[in-house]
Write a protein that binds this ligand. Structure first.
Ligand SMILES: *Cc1c(COP(=O)(O)O)cnc(C)c1O
Length: 363
């Protein structure tokens, strides 16, 4: 192959998704494996979303609403925000990519925590932008250190809250104080993919701060609590000028008609969200306690997964767990060579994880 690849693209290590159930079963000749590797909703999609998709199937020849007018309107109503401040993405990850495309280049750098969401560095590398990956403190954002990393050429700070994969969080008050200190030439993206699951008394979405900070963007997704990961739909809230800038780099029809109608229906089904959140709270506590009882260090989580530490290379534990039919997520690529991320599942799955982990670790 003779076509040269630019050095910034060559450097990218591709995002490694969770291993699909079918692949594991095919490779190992086993059945009934369970996937606790991608933070998917154990309850499936909202039945109302499924119904809405079914009703749309005869209209698949029609292009979607370009910018998702009706879904933006519905999100605006639901969250009490003008729709000129809403943008949709093919997954919220696409909004991170659009922001990188719009604001970064070789001179304009981005700041984020090392060992937070694996897609942030990739989005920046595509733009050949300098990256400032700041070490975390106790597996949480070190907000002071992030601030110290900002210079006159910084354009983005990207923070997931709660953090994937540690499950830890920054409080509303901490983020408010942080935003007060961030210079106005830096757009702060707070990625709240797991906000529905966070129940710490000091956790809250920073959405109310949008009115005070025109350089704030808040992201949400239908992939987790709404159970629509397969459809790829997420949303961002920001100042109308930021939204207008992102529209310039957005590919037309970036969210499908199917995704739009499903998300609208899912948004109406708050009962489904509440049920999933309640299940997650109970099972997250069960999984955390189970790990503690087995002497497996576990980070207390605000999300729908927990990060566990093992006394062996994470990849080795991962492979041994596969043979037990339990798919978890090794985190070596993210900077955690001896940690794995385990998605909270139905009770039987969490039980199976604990049994298998004890067997593999000889507890
Ligand atoms: C899962 C996740 C998302 C959601 O991504 P989608 O593209 O909306 O599926 C976003 N940010 C973080 C940190 C995540 O873990």
């Amino acid at each position: 192959m003779q076509v040269p690849v630019p050095h910034n693209i060559r450097k990218i290590s591709p995002y490694v998704p969770g291993k699909p159930t079918q692949e594991v079963e095919r490779e190992l000749g086993i059945s009934c494996s369970i996937k606790m590797a991608s933070n998917e909703n154990p309850l499936g999609p909202s039945p109302k979303a499924v119904e809405a998709v079914r009703n749309l199937l005869g209209e698949l020849h029609i292009y979607p609403e370009g910018s998702g007018f009706y879904l933006c309107q519905a999100l605006g109503r639901h969250y009490g925000i003008p729709m000129q401040q809403v943008i949709l993405g093919n997954g919220s990850v696409e909004i991170v990519e659009m922001s990188a495309r719009a604001y970064l280049n070789r001179q304009a750098n981005a700041v984020f925590s090392f060992g937070s969401f694996a897609l942030y560095p990739i989005a920046c590398q595509i733009m050949d932008a300098p990256i400032k990956a700041v070490p975390m403190r106790e597996r949480n954002h070190d907000l002071d250190a992030l601030l110290d990393a900002v210079d006159e050429n910084t354009r983005l700070i990207i923070l997931d809250n709660p953090i994937n994969p540690t499950g830890r969080h920054a409080s509303f008050a901490e983020l408010q104080a942080f935003l007060e200190r961030v210079p106005g030439h830096v757009l702060v993206i707070v990625d709240e993919a797991y906000k529905e699951y966070a129940d710490a008394p000091d956790y809250a979405t920073v959405q109310p701060l949008l009115a005070r900070f025109p350089n704030l963007m808040v992201l949400g997704t239908f992939s987790k609590a709404y159970g629509l990961a397969g459809l790829r739909v997420g949303y961002g809230f920001a100042h109308p000028e930021v939204i207008a800038t992102l529209h310039k780099v957005r590919s037309p029809f970036n969210t499908s008609s199917v995704a739009q109608v499903a998300a609208m229906a899912a948004l109406q089904d708050q009962e489904f969200v509440a049920k999933g959140v309640a299940l997650n709270a109970v099972e997250r506590a069960y999984l955390t306690r189970g790990c503690q009882d087995a002497g497996i260090p576990v980070v207390p989580s605000q999300a729908n997964f927990v990060l566990v530490d093992v006394p062996m290379p994470g990849e080795q534990f991962f492979q041994a767990m596969l043979r037990e039919g339990v798919i978890v997520r090794p985190m070596a690529n993210n900077g955690y060579p001896r940690s794995l991320r385990v998605s909270v599942f139905h009770h039987y799955g969490n039980e199976r994880f604990l049994e298998a982990a004890k067997k593999v670790l000889g507890r």
